[in-house]
Design a binder for this molecule. Structure first.
Ligand SMILES: [Zn+2]
Length: 88
């Protein structure tokens, strides 16, 4: 059995759509990873148990509030990373 943070999946799925609104932000692998880490540290984790890639626990439907919160945290992370990229 493995534990998977569902929030991680949601954040990774939404990074691209948020980044589209920030044409000046670097979109390299490194910066995207930094954005995901910063956003995830500001969001509550949602763990589900999985086995052989199948999700056991019933996935909670995300409320509109949660979706907005995720997008907001990604946007904040994008601003932080675009001001302080870890590379030149
Ligand atoms: Zn970069």
């Amino acid at each position: 059995m493995e534990l998977k943070n569902q929030m991680e999946i949601y954040v990774l799925e939404n990074i691209d759509s948020v980044l589209e609104k920030y044409p000046d932000c670097c979109k390299c692998e490194h910066c995207r990873q930094d954005i995901a880490v910063i956003a995830l540290n500001h969001l509550p984790p949602r763990y589900v148990a999985t086995q052989q890639g199948c999700v056991f626990a019933k996935i909670d439907a995300m409320t509109m509030e949660t979706k907005i919160e995720i997008v907001e945290q990604i946007a904040k992370a994008v601003e932080i990373v675009s001001k302080n990229p870890h590379h030149g």
